[in-house]
Design a protein around this ligand. Structure first.
Ligand code: KIV
Ligand code: ZN
Length: 405
């Protein structure tokens, strides 16, 4: 394994550059479905711009039929975003949803309608009250309608991972024949395991490819939920199986336990490119700022331990780790904070910290004392007592301590 991108890139021997994956961000749609989040037009435009500037290929701006406010917000995003990024709107497989989605994204330079219908027995029987034939009919007529509006139509068989394989093949084949250009396989309830999901994606693609005239014209996608904390792992398994698109959200927000986190998927592809048949197009140095803005605008705090963007993602507290990182960052870091635009305290002084880190901080704060001096030993002892009581010892606490030593 390579420790970070520069080394990793250098280790690739294959000279042909793999094709880029389509990064489809659904922060403004599935992310907004997190309880308590309501983004107005200005907030959606700001986030969409950040995503577009960062190199995301498709922004799912919302679900316009759900509210007038969301219609207006999707419309504002469609007007604000240029050719670099496709603006997508979600719709159920229903006439009025599709018309509303189409109207909301009419002014986008590049637009996509994303149509979905529940396909699993649970959804067919308990939610929709539809037979298999009716589900297929509804999907087909919705996709035909959407294709009359735009050439870019995505179809999602909702709850794909709990849909019978033969029926899944049938509904997807019908969707492609009706004009769907991207087929998204959602793990709607986050029940899939990575090994199983990789096989499921491969076999579904193979089954469908055998039944259609132009398999090369179809783009495959996955959309993974995080109910078991496996959304990123499942997305990675699918990318390794050769899907063309992966759906993510910033900070992993979304329904229930959320979606695959954009920053996690992107950094996995960055630090071990040799593990992937695709590259990504994201400017990773912008991830931190985007994560902070999404957190501020949604009111959803970022967990301290959140990979890549959390407050602790590059923080080292124990003496052994601090000593290692101060000598060579690679000892305990697989990527650099600046690579992801992370800003924070890397060496956190607490009860597990050692002399090396404490001495380093003292010098940074202007206290030039040798580690052999009795004053240093006394200071270190006081620092340890303080850390036992208060957990983290910040710079102000060190100054106060030194004044009274
Ligand atoms: O999780 C899901 O199935 C969805 C679909 C609308 C793609 O969000
Ligand atoms: Zn979802």
């Amino acid at each position: 394994m390579n420790s970070h991108s520069t080394d990793a890139t250098a280790s690739i021997t294959n000279t042909s550059t793999p094709a880029p994956i389509t990064l489809f961000d659904t922060t403004l749609r599935d992310g907004e479905q997190s309880p308590g989040i309501a983004l107005d037009a200005a907030a959606k435009v700001e986030i969409a711009r950040l995503l577009s500037e960062m190199g995301v290929s498709v922004v799912e701006a919302g679900f316009p039929i759900t509210s007038r406010g969301d219609f207006a917000a999707v419309e504002a995003v469609a007007r604000a975003i240029g050719r670099r990024t496709t603006v997508c709107a979600l719709s159920r497989a229903r006439r009025e949803d599709i018309e509303t989605a189409a109207a909301a994204i009419a002014q986008a330079e590049k637009r996509r309608i994303h149509c979905f219908i529940g396909t699993s027995p649970l959804h067919r029987r308990n939610k929709l009250g539809l037979t298999r034939d009716q589900v297929v009919e509804q999907a087909v007529s919705a996709i035909r309608m959407a294709r009359n509006i735009t050439d870019d139509v995505e179809f999602s068989p909702e709850d794909a991972t709990r849909t019978e394989s033969a029926f899944l093949t049938r509904v997807i084949t019908a969707a492609i024949d009706a004009g769907a250009t991207t087929i998204n396989l959602p793990d709607t309830v986050g029940c899939a395991m990575p090994g199983w999901f990789g096989t499921f994606v491969r076999e579904t693609m193979e089954n469908v490819r055998q039944k259609i005239a132009h398999p090369e014209a179809v783009r495959w996608s996955v959309h993974c939920h995080n109910d078991l904390g496996l959304a990123t792992a499942n997305s990675i398994a699918a990318i390794q199986e050769g899907v063309d698109q992966v759906e993510c959200t910033v900070n992993g927000i979304g329904e229930r336990a959320g979606n695959a986190a954009l920053e996690e998927v992107v950094m996995a592809m960055t630090i071990q490119p040799e593990q992937f048949p695709r590259i990504h197009t994201v400017d990773t140095g912008r991830l931190g700022a985007c994560s902070q803005r999404v957190s501020a605008l949604t009111g959803y705090a970022i967990a301290a331990t959140k990979p890549v963007v959390g407050r602790n993602a590059f923080a080292h507290e124990s003496g052994i780790h601090q000593d290692g990182v101060l000598k060579c960052a690679d000892t305990y870091e697989i990527m650099r904070p600046e690579q992801v635009g992370w800003h924070g305290e890397r060496i956190v002084l607490g009860k597990h910290s050692g002399r090396h880190a404490f001495h380093d901080r003292m010098r940074a704060l202007g206290y030039e004392i040798n580690t052999q001096e009795s004053r240093f030993r006394a200071a270190f002892q006081r620092f340890k007592q303080l850390a036992e009581r208060s957990g983290v010892v910040d710079d102000t606490a060190i100054h106060t301590m030194m004044r009274t030593l």
